[in-house]
Ligand binder design. Structure first.
Ligand SMILES: Nc1ncnc2c1ncn2[C@@H]1O[C@H](COP(=O)(O)OP(=O)(O)OP(=O)(O)O)[C@@H](O)[C@H]1O
Length: 705
């Protein structure tokens, strides 16, 4: 298609290569003919690619065999480390790709992902409107002028000068090209040019996403409708899993639905290839918080299809409940919600899983499972499937294929035909956010807390994921801040604005920062970014599970301080005072750990200001506002004037912490409320309609995802 991203030229690209791919996934010596016609051997990486850049690892039969073995071993190791990162290709192929119009930064870093395709020119599309804002992308509705149809253009953000950044962006393309199923979004092409530094992914256009649809006023799905969506979701997942792909970010806003009721899984930015006998660790920092399974929250790095099945179980519950079933604000709170609903893992699981966070998170007394009681109003077959998908032990979650055969789909009423689903007005997560914002704006105008509360509880806001306690996002921002320091304050101010206005933000996301599974693993500690920018209202700090994730997070409009790790603990110790979840010593130890790790992660400039004295911590620094300091959040201290002084033992008795946090909480909420009202007063509110301004927070180096 002249200037059009050509049709995939090989079976792999059309996703028809599954048996071969599966074979390759195991890692196999492949014998083929080299350019010279000589018999050559190469180690085929587990994701089906020839190793390295297509040259490395091809070893002439006559070369020293031990070197070959060494090369193969090191290549194998390398391929395990880099997992699914697209690689370069031979220089001949590179030249070919550049000749057909691909930019050299893309060819050089990730030639494999575009092999066999031709770039589309931007002037063959007419951009219509913005329809989605992801963490690392903006999505536009556009008219394809060549094919006379409406498409979605996803502009992915990355740093084209950063090879790693390009590779990670390209992984999404590579994975999408390997999948071919009616319930998986189809990548139709790529828009760029030899001189361009940006890239758009061209997708078939989908009118709705499940989050948007569920949040439409008056929409309540019937049982056949729920079954219809779940059947499609599980079919798409089954295809991913049988092609060695884990999605790792299943959530409502990534389930797109067209006007014919067809559901397609989208956003493969966090996806990864996997193998059944996993030999290399994966990151546990994937999957948006509310949909994240317990094993990932506990730090598992060896996992499989069960992570997507857990998220599907959350979606199933959400479709019946009309709201997310486990909306945690922090990782700790998320885990607690999971244990309260699904029970805590068995002794056997704790022993066999050897998860590194077990020591911190293992409750003294086990939690009983309450799933059936909690959802007693749901149909039995639905609860039956939820029992399986939401099994705390991932080994008990089965597979998507197994779920598709469950009673849920065999008993009446059966899933309806997608074409019989009601026609809805276009509805996306972004629309729901705007409606929610408008409702809040009206509420703020009236200056009546009750109205505001009622508005929050309304259907509009119900299905809209609320606050972003996205530690991972913040980490990525930190990282991007490193490569683009100028945008840092803009990013944080954006957080501030969002928090202050109460603009609903997605549930804590597993961001693209986390999508760079291997990058993180390969990164040296010395390369970690340290935040040294200003602390602003609305930005708090939380400690995510990974050691280097001391990061700013957006504070929610409802309970701002609850985003600190400690507040989550506090929530557990005060709200659930009889709770067995965290015994006081664990809470205190966890706080201490968080504090010290947070300090560890501060940039050197910060470190200079902080003195650890014996068991205590003393520090001081300038504060423009009482909000949003790591230590305040964690320790519950407040500033006096513009300086805050910390001193005292790290192991604070939990009852004092409770009180301090309550005070802290109140102050933060009060400040946020004032800021919201003030913002509404000066009319600095997002207008109604689809005029979402580009979010400076997201501008940056996608390579850091
Ligand atoms: N093909 C499409 N047709 C219509 N809308 C789309 C399409 N693809 C994406 N969108 C909209 O854009 C939003 C963001 O897209 P996507 O999830 O792919 O971006 P992202 O940056 O990876 O997001 P996230 O931060 O959630 O991971 C989606 O929730 C959806 O509403």
């Amino acid at each position: 298609m002249g200037g059009v991203c050509g049709k995939p030229s090989s079976a792999v690209e059309e996703g028809r290569e599954s048996p071969k791919l599966r074979q390759a996934n195991k890692g196999a010596a492949v014998v083929s003919r080299g350019n010279s016609g000589k018999r050559v051997e190469s180690f085929r990486a587990k994701d089906g690619r020839e190793n390295g850049d297509g040259r490395v690892g091809y070893v002439d039969k006559r070369t020293n065999s031990s070197r070959r073995v060494r090369d193969e071993q090191s290549e194998k190791k390398k391929s395990q480390l880099v997992d699914t990162i697209p690689r370069g290709i031979s220089s001949a192929n590179e030249a070919e790709l550049i000749a057909v119009g691909w930019p050299s930064w893309l060819v050089g870093a990730a030639g494999e992902s575009i092999k066999g395709w031709i770039p589309r020119r931007a002037d063959t599309f007419e951009k219509l409107e913005k329809i989605g804002q992801g963490t690392y992308s903006s999505v536009y509705k556009a008219r394809d002028l060549l094919h006379k149809k409406v498409v979605a253009l996803k502009r992915v953000r990355f740093d084209n000068l950063d090879r790693e950044s390009v590779k990670f962006m390209a992984r999404e393309i590579l994975i999408l090209r390997r999948l071919n199923h009616p319930n998986i979004i189809k990548l139709e092409g790529l828009v760029t040019s030899r001189t361009s530094s940006s890239l758009y992914l061209v997708f078939e256009y989908m009118e709705h996403d499940l989050t948007g649809l569920a949040s439409l006023p008056g929409v309540k799905f019937t049982e056949p409708q729920v079954k219809c969506y779940m059947q499609q979701l599980l079919s798409g997942l089954d295809h991913c899993h049988s092609h060695g792909v884990l999605h790792r970010d299943i959530k409502g806003s990534n389930l797109l639905i067209d006007d014919n009721g067809i559901l397609k899984i989208a956003d493969f930015g966090l996806a990864s290839f996997f193998e059944h006998h996993q030999s290399a660790p994966l990151t546990s920092h994937v999957v948006t918080l509310w949909y994240r399974p317990p094993e990932l929250l506990l730090g598992a790095t060896y996992y499989g299809v069960a992570v997507d099945l857990w998220s599907s179980g959350c979606i199933l519950g959400e479709l019946y409940a009309g709201k997310p079933i486990m909306p945690g604000r922090t990782e700790v709170e998320q885990l607690h919600k999971i244990f309260k609903l699904c029970g805590s893992p068995s002794e056997d699981y704790w022993k066999k899983s050897k998860l590194h966070k077990s020591t911190v998170f293992k409750p003294i007394q086990p939690y009983r499972r309450h799933l059936a009681e909690t959802f007693k109003d749901f149909p039995d077959a639905a609860v039956g499937l939820m029992e399986i998908l939401l099994a705390v032990d991932p080994a008990h979650r089965g597979t998507a294929a197994f779920a598709l055969k469950s009673e849920f789909f065999t008993v009446e009423p059966h899933a309806c035909d997608p074409t019989t689903l009601p026609k809805y007005p276009p509805s996306k997560e972004i629309d729901a956010k705007l409606r929610s914002e408008e409702a809040r704006r009206l509420g703020a105008g009236i200056k009546d807390d009750k109205v505001e509360r009622d508005t929050r509880g309304s259907k509009d806001s119900r299905a809209v994921p609320a606050p972003d306690a996205n530690a991972e996002l913040a980490m990525s921002l930190q990282k991007r801040g490193r490569s683009n320091p100028k945008t840092r304050s803009e990013q944080f101010n954006r957080h501030k604005d969002e928090a202050a206005s109460g603009f609903p933000i997605d549930p804590p996301r597993a961001t693209h920062a986390l999508k760079e599974v291997r990058k993180e693993q390969m990164e040296q500690p010395a390369n970690r970014a340290s935040y040294s920018g200003p602390l602003v209202p609305g930005v708090g700090w939380t400690k995510a599970a990974k050691k280097h994730e001391a990061m700013p997070v957006v504070l929610p409009r409802t309970n701002l301080s609850s985003l600190s790790g400690l507040v989550a603990s506090r929530t557990l110790t005060s709200e659930d005072s009889r709770d067995k979840f965290f015994p006081p010593h664990q809470v205190a130890a966890d706080q201490a750990r968080r504090v010290s790790e947070t300090f560890d992660e501060w940039g050197s400039s910060r470190k200079q200001d902080i003195k650890h004295q014996n068991q205590g911590v003393t520090g001081s620094r300038q504060m423009g506002n009482v909000l949003g300091s790591t230590k305040e959040s964690i320790m519950g201290f407040q500033g006096k004037g513009s300086k805050i002084h910390f001193s005292g033992p790290l192991l604070v008795p939990s009852n004092n912490v409770d009180q301090m946090l309550k005070d802290h909480d109140r102050q933060i909420q009060e400040a946020a409320r004032r800021a919201r009202i003030e913002k509404a007063r000066v009319g600095n509110i997002q207008p109604q309609g689809l005029q979402v301004t580009p979010n400076p927070m997201y501008v940056g180096n996608r390579g850091a995802r």
